[in-house]
Every structure is written in C-alpha cells, then in structure tokens.
Design a protein around this ligand. Sequence first.
Ligand SMILES: NC(=O)c1ccc[n+]([C@@H]2O[C@H](COP(=O)([O-])OP(=O)(O)OC[C@H]3O[C@@H](n4cnc5c(N)ncnc54)[C@H](OP(=O)(O)O)[C@@H]3O)[C@@H](O)[C@H]2O)c1
Length: 280
Amino acid sequence: MIDLTERYGPWAVVAGASTGLGAAFAEELARRGMNVVLLARRATLLEETAAGLRERHGVSVRPVTVDLASPDLWSVVSAATDDLEIGMLVYNAMYDPTGRFLEVPLAEHLKAVAVNCAAPTILAHELGRRMVDRGRGCVVLVSSMAALQGIKVFASYGAGKAYGLILGEGLWDELREQGVDALAYVVGATATPHYVEMQEAASGARPTEAQLAEVRRAGSEAVAAPRTPEQVAAALMPLLDRGPRGYSHPDDEARAEADARRPRREVVEAMGKMTSLVWG
Ligand SMILES: NC(=O)c1ccc[n+]([C@@H]2O[C@H](COP(=O)([O-])OP(=O)(O)OC[C@H]3O[C@@H](n4cnc5c(N)ncnc54)[C@H](OP(=O)(O)O)[C@@H]3O)[C@@H](O)[C@H]2O)c1
C-alpha cells in the first residue's frame, strides 16, 4: 500500500467532507497520516468532523466553509490553503436535482453543473498545476454508477457524474508522466445520510419485492445492497495509483462491464425502470 505522505505530500483537500462519504475519505486519509483540508457549507458539522479527526489521528485539520457552486470558490480555497503543500485532491461533493428533467427548475440543473462539473474542474486545474510543479500528487474525482448510462429522474446528475468520470480518466493519461496520479472512482450504492434520506423520502412509493425482482432481471445495479461509507473509502486506497478508473466494489465493475456489452436502450431502460418505481 502506498505511503500517502511520502508519495503525494503532507496535505489532502477533500471537497464535500462534512458528512457521508467525504467524511469517510477524510477519516481514511487521516488514519494514513495525512493532514486534511475539509471543504463544505455546514460550518458546525465541519468543525465536528475536524475535531474527531484530530482527536482520533493526531493530524492537522483545516475546515473551510465554502459553497462549491460559488464563483468565489477558488479565491476562498486559495486563501485557506496557499501556505500548505496540497498533495491530494479528493473531489467528492455532488448535487442531485431529483425529478423529471423538465419539471425541475433550470436553476437546479445549473447548480448541479456548478457542483458536479465546474468545481472539480477548477480545483483539479489549480491544485493539479501545483502538484505538477512539485512533481508529485494525486487527483481523485468521485463518480458514480449513475455516470455509466442515461438515468431517468436523475438525468442531469448522471450527466455531471459522467463529466467527472471522463475528466478523471483524461487527467490520468496527461498527468502520470509528470509524477501525478489521477483516478476516476466509480461508486455504487452507499449508505450515506443523503442516500438514507432519499430512500426515506421515496418510502411512500417503495417498490414491492415482485417489482424489485423484475428490475433485477432487467439488470439494474440500483437494487444492489448499499455499502458503508467506510467500506467505500477503504476500497479507494489500493486504487490511487491504478487509474484511469477504479470501482468501489468488484460487483460494480462486473456490472459495468456486462452493461457495456448490452444494447444501450436495454441498459437505460433497466435503470429507468428502477427510478420510475421509486420516484415516479
Ligand atoms: N451515496 C451513494 O449511494 C452514492 C452512489 C454513487 C456515487 N456517490 C457519489 O459519492 C459522493 C458522495 O455522496 P454522498 O451520498 O456522501 O453525498 P452527500 O451525503 O450529499 O454529501 C455530499 C457532501 O458534499 C457537500 N456539498 C454538497 N454540495 C456542496 C456545495 N455546494 N458546496 C460545498 N459542499 C457541498 C456536503 O456538505 P454540506 O451540505 O455541508 O455543504 C457533503 O459533505 C458523490 O460524489 C456522489 O455522486 C454516492
């Protein structure tokens, strides 16, 4: 397993780190000796996450309250990190407007583009340049199984995650010769607080076992049992220098490879069946 501080440097930035998977990534990095900068909007939650990391792992933690959709994003992050050697970026934050595309206000889709596409581009560009100048570093863009096909009810979310997936792969090929690793990390269902809230919000329309069996026959990954954030964060560690793409679980990779061989229409319809059952 890689010695993170030796290979990449002493500090990591985790974008979207107040809770869920982002907090689990920060925990895993801190456990491996990295100091971490935590980015998110909820200051109290960030402070609590930071205090826990300091106490458990004895590392330095810098919580930075920032809206990743804000046009000031880089000036805020730069002011908070210019004195640090940032050796890793884990871009984990996301925004997922839920509902049929035309029924969701345009502003929501544009906010998703800002959080899921513009912000990782800005941070990978600014921090990536500094990593290349130092000849070491690692950029991880967290994507999703939702990025692998069009997805009804989450159309702009899936498209945004596909952007991160392809950006991460491209960066792997561009940056590796300059000593910087890059990886698109494709994550399957994970029991984060947001995931649980979404399931509860949809519980009025919870599908029956018979309906789920039909969707499973059709082959939708969305019915896989969720993993814990800790499992998904731990599974990232051995993949950091094995880009261009890694999966949070071998089952996800097997599903992705099987789906890639099927007709697109079948794959998109199978995913749509699942989302329609739950979200209409
Ligand atoms: N959970 C799943 O089943 C699943 C499946 C596939 C892929 N993924 C991917 O895994 C990642 C994490 O998912 P999650 O379920 O842990 O999400 P989450 O619970 O919604 O957490 C997202 C994190 O991003 C932060 N964030 C969101 N919008 C922000 C903004 N505008 N500015 C600053 N911070 C922002 C949130 O903090 P604040 O609210 O405090 O700002 C939070 O810390 C995402 O990239 C997602 O696409 C998740």
